[in-house]
Design a protein around this ligand. Sequence first.
Ligand code: C2E
Ligand code: MG
Ligand code: MG
Ligand code: MG
Length: 280
Amino acid sequence: RSKSAGRSCFHVYSAELKAEADQRNVLEVELREAIWREEIDVYYQPVTELSTGRVKSVEALARWRHPIRGFIPPAEFIAVAEAGGLIVELGNQVLAKACRDATTMPGDVKVAVNLSALQFAGANLVDIVTSALAQNGLPETRLELEITESVFLADTQENLKTLQRLKALGVSIALDDFGVGYSSLSYLTAFPFDKVKIDKSFIDRIDRCETVAVLKSIVQLAKALKLSIVAEGVETSAQIARLHSLGIALGQGYFFSRPVPLADLPLQSPVPRRGRRAVA
Ligand code: C2E
Ligand code: MG
Ligand code: MG
Ligand code: MG
């Protein structure tokens, strides 16, 4: 009896696993087609200077609107793209669109693009970045690349070289989601970052004194290393007050804006403005 119960249990389990795997495969096939048809959209979320309210940069975030299921969150499809070997092509499309869109933004606004660890490890990343900038006529200094600590799990020497070559191009580098995962402060000193983005989970609990203590030490280290600091996932004015008193100058989050299509960004586009003035 127990044997047959075990067996049927196994059947249910394996049927569920199979259904899940099938669904992932279908999603992967559909994602491949969407990438092929260049249907992945890029939305932008402002990074705001807390003291002035000025937008200093925007982060490019991939959006996939599935024909039946609607918007699928990146948390889901980026993993599918990575597993299916599609992330490099997807990442290249986002990078190219972001560089093109950035040329329509004011010249003092940077655009930040997320890089997957697999893209970072790719042999020709520096060439890909160089040609995305050149093809769209975007100055190197207006591009920022965001990487997470997962990049550093493998081959530290090789990664350091890649970072140095990217920096030599003139693009800047941000360490994303800082504070979660392996998170050691030593990454901050060992690699030439320009910016550190403090993960939303810290901002969520910024009213706790343990969190404040951790943030204080991150701020101190970042200042010593001359890194700028962004708080991610800022949702309330109370959080902004705390960030201010900690000396954190930049914030990104729903309080300021959700990620939006280029046309909805609260930015003054330099070209139409000049146009309007000329007409008037
Ligand atoms: P991330 O790079 O840390 O991007 C910030 C995420 O936090 C975005 O989620 C953004 O919508 C969300 N967020 C910002 N402010 C708030 C807030 O106030 N409240 C809440 N609840 N959420 C907020 P999104 O767009 O869903 O992207 C999730 C992750 O997917 C990104 O995290 C990034 O790791 C990855 N991703 C997105 N686009 C790309 C891409 O083009 N390439 C790669 N490799 N990864 C991407
Ligand atoms: Mg990011
Ligand atoms: Mg982040
Ligand atoms: Mg995050």
